[in-house]
Design a binder for this molecule. Structure first.
Ligand code: KG4
Ligand code: ZN
Length: 356
């Protein structure tokens, strides 16, 4: 019986029908589940259902994500969310062809919850379970709503833990051309927000008050902008914000807005200039952005405007698919044929580059 089901699904796919993938993401502080359907002939994809449960409020009182608490929250949320998503998509288990789960990088305990649950579902329902690199999910997330460019293209991947410029030569062939040597861009937003008395996650908060700020009032540094490489450094920028805040003493609402506007512009300026340089130096004319910080409106506008001047076209994912979600995990799995079998484990540290 078990073998027959697998056989049946293969036949259905080969007949050019659809492939349905259940995506599970639990690498950090968001539990996410999605059901993604891909038409095999056209490659067209549709998200049939998606659920996200944020743990932000649970961790807020600790001032950061507590790994053990994150694992427990994932464990509580995941079974209910999977059931809800299945109901919403109107799917039975026999209609799910694959389970795609984030297997790294991320918090060890949090990853283990997602992977163990995916494996249990796979074993009970006789469905193959595919491990997905979280950053690979981000790399292609724009493809959920936009047409992805032909290879090679450049991706600026900016999240809470990563800031990298990746040349995507093919599925599975990624070259990290530059990355942060200290804080990630998202981390810089989060730490600056805390200095301004704003809650976590700081990026959207900084952005919200920056709208009422004068970005020219404070001059903030553009770390590593003139260095002859594609690496980034954001810890000095956060320190500069700290000194400005100390200098001012009690911050008025206007001081906060002006500082927020200056940080947002400084981060965006460095990211945009290095992304354009990466494209020009590699003779690549298509740029994709990804990761939570890619939801930033000022970054998106500046990137489009500056890239156009160098003949580069930018592909922007919908802000919802910039931050962590499970549709991007299912989508990344749908782009490749998994040949690795079942002998894999979670990888809390996992390089994206093909070189290492
Ligand atoms: O990709 P993501 O959801 O999770 C990680 O894998 O890290 O990124 C989260 C990061 C946080 O640092 C958050 O402050 C930042 O993305 N972020 C933003 C915005 N929305 C989220 N940063 C700037 N502007 C935003 N609108
Ligand atoms: Zn992420």
């Amino acid at each position: 019986m078990a073998v027959d089901l697998v056989q049946l699904r293969t036949e259905v796919n080969e007949a050019g029908k659809v492939m349905r993938i259940l995506g599970i993401e639990t690498s950090c502080d968001e539990t996410a589940v999605a059901i993604f359907e891909r038409e095999m002939a056209s490659g067209k994809g549709t998200v049939l259902a998606e659920k996200i449960a944020s743990q932000i409020e649970t961790h807020a009182r600790f001032g950061g994500v507590v790994p053990e608490v994150a694992s427990r929250e994932h464990l509580k949320a995941l079974p209910v969310m999977v059931e809800d998503a299945m109901n919403e998509a109107g799917c039975s288990w026999s209609e799910i062809d694959q389970i795609a789960v984030t297997s790294g990088p991320g918090l060890m305990g949090a990853l283990l919850v997602g992977v163990s649950y995916a494996r249990a579902l796979g074993a009970v329902n006789n469905i193959p379970v595919i491990p997905v690199h979280h950053m690979e999910g981000h790399l292609f997330a724009a493809g959920l709503t936009e047409e992805l460019p032909d290879f090679p293209f450049m991706t600026l991947l900016v999240s809470g833990g990563h800031t990298m410029l990746v040349r995507v030569d093919a599925i599975g062939e990624y070259r990290v051309l530059g990355q942060t040597i200290d804080d990630a861009a998202g981390e810089c937003f989060d730490k600056s927000a805390r200095l301004l008395g704003l809650p976590y996650p700081g990026g959207p908060e900084v952005s919200r008050i920056a709208v009422n700020g004068d970005e020219k009032r404070f001059k903030l540094p553009r770390p590593m902008l003139n260095k002859d490489n594609l690496n980034f450094s954001f810890s000095g920028l956060k320190t500069a914000v700290m000194y400005k805040a100390k200098e001012l003493g009690e911050l008025s609402d206007q001081d906060k807005c002006d500082l927020a506007a200056a940080v947002e512009l400084a981060v965006a300026d460095v990211l945009v200039k290095k992304s354009v340089r990466a494209c020009v130096e590699n003779s690549v004319t298509r740029l994709v952005i990804a990761g939570g910080v890619a939801a930033n409106q000022m970054l998106r506008s500046l990137l489009e405007c500056e890239s156009a001047k160098s003949g580069i076209r930018v592909t922007l994912p919908k802000p919802f698919y910039c931050t962590d979600n499970a549709a991007m995990i299912a989508y990344a799995a749908s782009l490749q044929e998994w040949k690795g079998g079942n002998n894999w484990d979670v990888q809390p540290r996992w390089s994206l580059s093909v070189e290492s």
